[in-house]
Design a protein around this ligand. Structure first.
Ligand code: KG4
Ligand code: ZN
Length: 347
């Protein structure tokens, strides 16, 4: 079976073709980083306009790269939420039109489901498993019992981790998005140069909530107060390294708690997955793998190019749903807010 996957929920337009044997036949993606660069953040209207411009180009490319045509496709899957309404509408309309014309099953996919199931596309992982999802819009712990049976365990009370990386990058005058830039600067910095706040670590062991806005604001203030130093490369590198270490310390502390909590609260599980754009950070990946292994669990983190937004993860999640008999009506609405744990509640 071949699944066409369409992702347009934020600032990447991506179209992919994946088959039921877990082969990614094409995964075409164009980012809008240059468009949003001067605003240092995603501008929804500009994002929507660009998705309109790019969606059929990406689809044509995905067919060309795979050597396939629409006649070879069995299922059409598209992100229906959460995300920016303009982009969601572009992807959904495109997907629904193809599905209707070709009389193919249409699957509305939760973007977060795409992220948390990607590990099953690239590895053999059985349910249940624990997931830490860290992206530009989300930073949450989930326990996945089966497809469409997801328990939310805790998450950020304010900013997502990726957002904190992006805002710190902006304060340091780095390119957008800040995540990969901060990671590069941190390579040369001293991670012990600054001591930053680590919120919510003194809470009870079962507290799996996160908070990054205080840390972000603390650093922005520090940078503003050090105007004279601002352009010093050392300063930027040291802040980047200290910030990245602080993020790592917070996430590792909470991940250890989440593993222990899941051991007592949920069915026996073997695997722990880290997913989402921030999981492409090599420094964090190394620390996650060490922590998960030390907790006697098997770590799975998708390759970096499948951690950030892409159509293949949507195609795969669509297939997983289809296999279990879920199919969406062509009336399925775009859902800018759609908690993962709600499953197909809206179908
Ligand atoms: O999953 P994703 O592509 O989009 C969302 O669903 O949000 O994640 C994008 C986020 C951005 O905030 C970006 O700065 C961050 O992931 N990111 C990183 C790295 N690569 C991407 N953060 C830290 N280190 C990285 N290497
Ligand atoms: Zn994402």
């Amino acid at each position: 079976m071949k699944i066409l996957g369409i992702e347009s929920s934020c600032d990447d337009t991506s179209v992919a073709i994946v088959n039921s044997k877990k082969q990614i036949l094409s995964n075409e993606r164009i980012s809008q980083d240059e468009i949003h660069e001067s605003y240092q953040g995603v501008v929804p209207e500009l994002a929507a306009r660009n998705h309109v411009f790019q969606i059929d180009r990406m689809a044509k490319k995905a067919f060309k790269m795979s050597g396939l045509s629409l006649n070879n496709i069995d299922i059409i899957a598209a992100t229906a939420g959460p995300g920016l309404i303009g982009g969601l509408l572009v992807g959904l309309s495109f997907a629904k039109t193809l599905a209707q014309v070709k009389k193919l099953p249409f699957i509305a996919v939760n973007h977060l489901e795409g992220h948390v199931l990607t590990a099953r596309l690239v590895s053999e992982i059985k349910f249940p498993y624990l997931v830490l999802l860290i992206s530009g819009g989300h930073s949450n712990f989930y326990f996945l019992k089966n497809i469409n049976d997801y328990a939310f365990m805790g998450g950020t009370l304010d900013d997502a981790v990726g957002e904190a990386f992006d805002k710190v990058g902006k304060a340091l005058g780095l390119k957008f998005p800040g995540g990969p830039e901060v990671e590069q600067k941190a390579l040369k910095g001293n991670e012990k140069a600054f001591i930053f706040p680590k919120p919510l670590l003194r809470k009870a062991d079962t507290d799996l909530n996160l908070s990054f806005s205080g840390l972000k604001s603390h650093i922005i203030k520090l940078v503003k107060n050090n105007k004279s130093n601002l352009l010093s490369e050392n300063f930027i590198e040291d802040i980047s390294a200290s910030f990245q270490k602080t993020i790592s310390d917070i996430l590792i502390n909470k991940l250890e708690r989440a593993i222990k909590y899941s051991n007592t609260k949920f069915p026996a599980y073997e695997s722990v997955v880290v997913a989402g754009g921030v999981a492409s950070n090599a420094y964090l990946r190394k620390n996650f793998i060490e922590t998960i292994t030390n907790s006697n669990k098997k770590p799975y983190i998708p390759p970096a190019n499948l951690c950030t937004d892409n159509g293949a993860m949507i195609a795969w999640a669509g297939y997983e749903r289809f296999k279990l008999g879920f199919e969406s009506s062509l009336n399925f609405k775009a859902l800018p807010r759609w908690p993962l744990e709600k499953g197909n509640f809206y179908e």
